[in-house]
Ligand binder design. Structure first.
Ligand SMILES: *Cc1c(COP(=O)(O)O)cnc(C)c1O
Length: 352
């Protein structure tokens, strides 16, 4: 089996080794030390100098929900960039928690541009929320433009970087990203079940600390309190945390830029290869995480099935109106250039 998906992705042998072992007990100093070291290393990878990271048990959406529930109040108002199903998730969460919002819609296959911000009075908002790589379409939004807009209007910048972290350059301090949302099963190539929230001290003090909890399990304050001694309020997904600690340590040794570079090489290699196929790549900017491929014959679902049935190869299908139009080929995890040579061969067969 070979996964060209976005999560879970093809895992590394070290991760599989860890996943096969007996889980340890976690309310002890060894586990705490591992957590504290992981927090430090993660903050370095994110270029977050003065801040904290917490580890929630739940998929990436849990961290999205935690941020909406724990950072905002009904007298706030947020601006959401909504270019697909993950942007839409922020919208739904704001509705659940009664947080006033406006959205900038970026319908497929429109390119997000600076003009979309032009007629907006940013000063009426408290925060700008964006999924920096809208995984459902594969569009990567321009962080510099969004960062400048947030700075110019005095907005907190909240970035869901779940499918961009470790694929594209990401620098919280440089771009003034106050709060970042991450998860275990994308570029970290671990099992699903842990999501992370990283934020700077100012954001914590001004937005999170003053708010009374409106949820318990996803309370950021409870996680911060426990994380002071390297613990979590409830039993976490211990195994996934062990997998992550190893990966994050490894990446902090080889350097985050090396991981980004390798992912970029795979993405570029594949994008070059498919120029010979009767398919199209959308015109908007892409992340190194995945390549969206549009099938003019609207047989994307059949291609997905063909690869699965005949080659035991999984690409990422699309949902909703894109189901027949587009598949997404992932570049995350334990994949080599050779894997793409093989994929190309199968894709050719599938299209014929
Ligand atoms: C995968 C992903 C999520 C989280 O989805 P879960 O299924 O809850 O892990 C959130 N945002 C983006 C942009 C994603 O790609």
């Amino acid at each position: 089996m070979k996964l060209f998906t976005v999560g879970p992705v093809q895992m590394f042998d070290d991760t599989l080794d860890i996943a096969s072992k007996q889980l340890p007990y976690f309310r002890d100093q060894d586990f705490s030390n591992m957590m504290l070291q992981m927090e430090d290393e993660l903050k370095q990878l994110l270029h977050l100098n003065q801040g904290k990271a917490v580890f929630l048990t739940g998929s990436g959406s849990a961290a999205m929900e935690s941020v909406i529930a724990c950072c905002f109040q009904t007298h706030h108002k947020v601006l959401i960039i909504n270019g697909g199903s993950f942007g839409d998730r922020f919208v739904k969460l704001c509705e659940c928690y009664h947080i006033p919002y406006d959205e900038i819609k970026v319908p497929f296959p429109q390119v997000f541009s600076k003009d979309m911000l032009e007629n907006i009075d940013g000063t009426q908002y408290d925060a700008l929320l964006v999924n920096i790589h809208e995984t459902s379409t594969g569009q990567l939004y321009p962080i510099d433009i969004l960062s400048n807009f947030a700075k110019a209007n005095g907005l907190y910048l909240i970035v869901d970087a779940i499918s961009s972290f470790l694929s594209d350059p990401f620098d919280m301090d440089r771009y003034g990203i106050d709060c970042a949302i991450l998860s275990s099963q994308k570029a970290l190539a671990c099992g699903p079940g842990i999501s992370m929230i990283a934020f700077n001290d100012t954001f914590y003090k001004e937005m999170i600390e003053p708010k009374d909890d409106s949820c318990m399990y996803l309370s950021i304050k409870a996680h911060v309190e426990n994380m002071k001694r390297g613990q979590t309020p409830n039993t976490p997904a211990v195994g996934v945390l062990l997998e992550m600690a190893q990966r994050i340590h490894q990446i902090s040794i080889c350097g985050v830029n090396q991981v980004i570079l390798e992912t970029k090489q795979r993405a570029n290699y594949f994008r070059q290869l498919i120029q010979t196929l009767p398919v199209k790549i959308p015109e908007y900017p892409l992340s190194n995480t995945l390549t969206p491929i549009i099938f003019p014959k609207e047989n994307a679902d059949k291609v997905y099935e063909y690869l699965k049935e005949n080659a035991n190869v999984y690409v990422t299908p699309s949902g909703g109106e894109l189901k027949y139009k587009m598949i997404r080929v992932g570049h995350l995890g334990n994949l080599s250039l050779k894997d793409y040579d093989l994929l190309l061969q199968y894709l050719k067969e599938a299209i014929l």
